[in-house]
Ligand binder design. Structure first.
Ligand SMILES: Cc1cc2nc3c(=O)[nH]c(=O)nc-3n(C[C@H](O)[C@H](O)[C@H](O)COP(=O)(O)OP(=O)(O)OC[C@H]3O[C@@H](n4cnc5c(N)ncnc54)[C@H](O)[C@@H]3O)c2cc1C
Length: 407
């Protein structure tokens, strides 16, 4: 890439959100670059670590992958469909909630979504971006200035590139967000997520089980065969002791935490520990920069919302930009940024608030919160239209989906 190259759009960040946006933009004919320090087409080979982190993507996100040609058989064979979601109150609180089971068959003949190994998803999206003609630039963005209707980016290599609009998908510490002058609201949770996978002797029947414990949710999600991934929220002071357990001790501990629901546990991968925090950008777009994914919002992994929201950000940003370019309009205009900000906040903020409230209702000792959670779960279990609404809202946001996610 020659120094000084000019693009229609630059995407900073090559996580799943940034790559999805870059693929959509290039497909629609925009001259697109994707810049990230960890962009490495070698990772698009078939060399993969044992599965630790997975993401559950709901049907609209799967349709986006299909639209992009990024849902090939080679990826699907490592993923499992999610047919049933069970929530079990394991808090032993005075007001305990009933067990609630959601079945995708109540909505139609498709699963709720699929559980996908994160590194394989990123590999497939990276390969797709490459074949769509995205210019892939392996370095970090140092800073971004807006001059004469263009975003000018300085790269760590010393090169400079420019574009009419930038998609900031550069994660929670986003440099692009900082340089667009967007401040954030952020907070910490007294929790660390442990992510791992394990095999089990009993079949999972396509069921994800979310055990609500006083340290937060302990969520198993099916993988192919008799294997599942796990996200286990623990208190930070428990992490060291859990990670020091031998594989057999850890398997025994997991079996106990699941009350033997998946039978005997074996072949547990080393846990990855991720401290939990929350963040919301005060604006989702400004100064020719549109925030997507964790550059815009961070939520704890509850109810599989994080990347599903991020892929909606990516698709909506990419469609708005490519429509503007096709119509001869300015793709980084203040009007486009304002419409993106309003639309995305309406989707993200209520979900972030609901996740935060549910999480705090588990870890807090404030009993009215326990009562509220128990009443909410009882209503979900006993009022079928409410349960159906909750299932639909978990999968499809209220309002219109981006074109690339529609059936
Ligand atoms: C344990 C766990 C389980 C989860 N499970 C689910 C789930 O089941 N379903 C779900 O929907 N979500 C889930 N999530 C959330 C999901 O994993 C995240 O939302 C998603 O991975 C974030 O993707 P992203 O592309 O926004 O950011 P990232 O993946 O963080 O990518 C950021 C990119 O920006 C790049 N970058 C950083 N700085 C710069 C710079 N200066 N210049 C250029 N590039 C830069 C990085 O190198 C990287 O390529 C889970 C999260 C956790 C922690």
């Amino acid at each position: 890439m020659p120094n000084g190259s000019d693009f229609d759009v630059i995407v900073a960040g090559a996580g799943p959100a940034g790559l999805a946006a870059a693929c959509l933009l290039a497909r629609s004919g925009c001259k697109t670059a994707c810049i990230a320090p960890d962009l490495d087409l070698a990772t698009c080979s078939d060399k993969h670590e044992p599965v630790r982190r997975t993401v559950a993507l709901m049907q609209p996100a799967i349709r986006l992958l299909e639209t992009l040609g990024a849902w090939p058989e080679q990826l699907q064979q490592h993923c499992a469909p999610l047919d049933l979601l069970k929530i079990v109150d394991d808090t032993l609180a005075a007001f305990s909630a009933p067990t609630v089971t959601f079945s995708s068959s109540e909505l139609g003949d498709q699963p709720f979504g699929w559980n996908i190994p994160l590194d394989r998803l990123v590999s497939v999206l990276g390969s797709t971006a490459n074949s769509e003609g995205v210019t892939l630039i392996k370095t970090a963005v140092s800073d971004c200035n807006v001059l004469d209707g263009k975003a000018q980016l300085s790269l760590k290599t010393g090169d400079r590139v420019s574009a009419r609009v930038v998609i900031a998908a550069d994660g929670r510490q986003s440099v692009l967000r900082r340089d667009a002058g967007i401040s954030v609201n952020q907070w910490r949770y007294d929790q660390t997520a442990l992510a791992l996978s394990f095999s089990h002797s009993s079949p999972h029947h396509g069921m994800s089980i979310e055990y609500h414990k006083t340290s937060g949710p302990f969520t198993t999600v099916p993988l192919p065969g008799k294997r599942s991934s796990l996200v286990w929220m623990v208190r930070p002071d428990e992490v060291e002791a859990i990670c020091a357990l031998s594989p057999d001790q850890l398997a025994a501990r997991l079996q106990l935490e699941m009350h033997g629901d998946l039978g005997l546990i074996d072949d547990v991968t080393t846990p990855v520990a991720i401290p939990m925090s929350g963040m919301a950008a005060r604006k989702f777009a400004a100064n020719r920069v549109l925030l997507v994914g964790e550059a815009a919002h961070v939520v704890p992994p509850i109810g599989a919302q994080g990347l599903n929201m991020s892929l909606r950000d990516a698709a909506i940003a990419a469609e708005a930009i490519s429509d503007a370019i096709r119509l001869g309009d300015d793709p980084g205009s203040a009007g486009l940024c304002a419409a993106y900000d309003t639309g995305r906040r309406a989707d993200v903020m209520p979900r972030q608030a609901a996740i935060d409230t549910l999480n705090r209702s588990l870890t807090s000792e404030f009993f009215p919160l326990h009562l509220g959670r128990a009443l909410g779960m009882t209503a979900l279990q006993n009022i079928p239209p409410l349960k159906r609404r909750a299932m639909l809202e978990g999968m499809n946001p209220t309002g219109s989906l981006p074109r690339s996610m529609r059936e």
